[in-house]
Design a protein around this ligand. Structure first.
Ligand code: FAD
Length: 413
């Protein structure tokens, strides 16, 4: 059997489902294939910053957002200090974040796409693309327990997540000079799950008390559980020898007592990789675009990926809609320039930063100094969550831009 459609989206996570939702609104015949069935678990910290909230609001999901657990800021532990930092007032982004399980979030976005008219095929895996001269022709689709069939899309959006087997079959590769994150998380019961701060711990140590670059988190879900996790960066020289399960165990034992966590009672403790800094190339071919984790779009400063999955897929969906409307596939090649314009400078600064903190002693000094100053840490929070004002308003933002320019003058981080 061979079917046709305007656009095939491979992967129904936030990137794929939101792209399909936007295309369906343009009246495009769009098919999403998702190899699992919703609601499905996805290994994640479940934390949505104001940037993610804005992207979901733009997608028309305010009603869903109203039902999810709101958080007003970040409680940071480090260097013997604790600081509660509110999300900043901002002309574009809201001053709150949320925490919601990925089972719920991803199903909600997929539902939204379906309501808009996207054809959402669950438990269907896109196997290998037939890509002569880079152009994706027929795609073989494998429904669970059923016969393989072929789909002939005019355009393909590759949104198959961090492993991106489909993307790799198209020749995409992660630039190994870019940082990669490695993180593990689990769910724990907690009487404090309605706390309105997410929490991060900057003094991470292994079993031998060695300081490590990365952070531990406790994100309250508002439903009797908390998401507890720990993330590390590949810029740390010895990261290959690190056992994240041991780190997780050490971290749950040092978690502040008020959370009431039983370290032995974690559920769904799983890890994953975080490709960062838009590290995957090429991002575009004659009739395809790569979005979200498949494009390595995670913010190296803080490991946030949902906002960037939603944002990159918005750009991709608009370009594909325009290509269909104008019958001109070359429109797609604007994708790289648009992403570079939006993110290249910020991500370059982020890469320089994570290279710096890859040295545990530097991380220790920065934490010890930074955590003594609330204004400094408020600024760090705005930088790391990419919430600086669009126009330079404050002296600290001007300073950030100066640092950003200096990084751009230096060697490739
Ligand atoms: C431990 C951990 C903690 C994290 N914490 C946070 C956090 O707190 N906040 C945050 O913003 N980000 C966090 N991230 C990053 C975030 O999870 C990702 O950036 C985000 O999921 C990217 O969305 P996506 O749609 O690109 O990919 P995914 O969410 O991975 O979706 C890809 C989908 O494609 C499907 N798929 C794959 N291959 C195929 C195929 N061949 N055919 C059909 N379907 C396919 C998969 O089943 C999956 O549903 C974390 C990541 C990890 C690993």
């Amino acid at each position: 059997m061979s079917l046709e459609c305007d656009v095939l989206v491979v992967g129904g996570g936030p990137a794929g489902a939101s792209a399909a939702c936007r295309l369906a609104r343009h009246g495009v015949d769009v098919v999403v294939v998702e190899k699992r069935r919703f609601p499905r678990e996805k290994t994640c910290g479940d934390g949505l910053t104001p940037r993610s909230v804005k992207a979901l609001t733009d997608l028309g999901m305010s009603d869903e957002l109203d039902g999810w657990h709101r958080v007003r800021g970040l409680r940071a532990y480090g260097g013997g200090h604790v600081l509660e930092l509110e999300w900043p007032e901002h002309p574009v982004f809201p001053s709150y974040g949320t925490v919601v399980t990925r089972a719920e979030l991803d199903m909600a976005i997929a539902e939204r796409a379906r309501k808009e008219g996207a054809r959402m095929l669950e438990e269907v895996e896109a196997t290998e693309p037939a890509a002569g001269s880079g152009l994706v022709g027929a795609v073989r689709l494998k429904p669970k327990g059923d016969a393989i069939f072929e789909l002939r899309p005019r355009f393909v959006i590759v949104a198959d997540g961090s492993l991106s087997r489909f993307g790799r079959a198209l020749g995409n590769e992660r630039d190994r000079r870019y940082p990669l994150g490695m993180a593990i998380r689990g769910y724990f019961d907690s009487p404090e799950s309605d706390d309105d701060y997410i929490e991060s711990h900057l003094d991470i140590r292994d079993r031998d008390g060695r300081a490590l670059p990365g952070y531990g988190w406790i994100f309250p879900e508002g439903d009797g559980t908390v998401n507890v996790g720990i993330g590390l960066l590949s810029t740390f020289r010895e990261w290959k020898g690190v056992n994240t399960s041991h780190l997780m165990e050490a971290f749950t034992h040092m978690a502040p007592a008020h959370w009431g966590i039983d370290p032995e009672a974690g559920r769904s403790v799983r890890g994953g990789k975080l490709p960062m800094g838009l590290s995957v190339r090429p991002r575009v071919g004659p009739n395809w675009l790569v979005v979200g984790d498949a494009a390595g779009a995670i913010n190296p400063f803080n490991g946030e990926g949902i906002a960037y999955a939603l944002e990159t897929s918005e750009v991709a969906a608009e370009l594909v809609a325009e290509a269909l409307h104008s019958n001109d596939g070359s429109v797609l090649y604007r994708y790289g320039a648009i992403l570079d314009d939006r993110y290249a400078s910020y991500y370059r600064a982020a890469r320089a930063f994570v290279r710096l903190i890859g040295e545990p002693r530097v991380m220790k000094v920065l934490t010890a100094v930074g955590m003594r100053s609330r204004p400094l840490m408020s600024f760090v929070l705005r930088v790391m969550a990419n919430l600086l004002a669009p126009e330079l308003r404050r002296p600290d933002e001007v300073l950030y831009r100066v640092a950003e320019k200096l990084v751009a003058l230096g060697p490739e981080p």
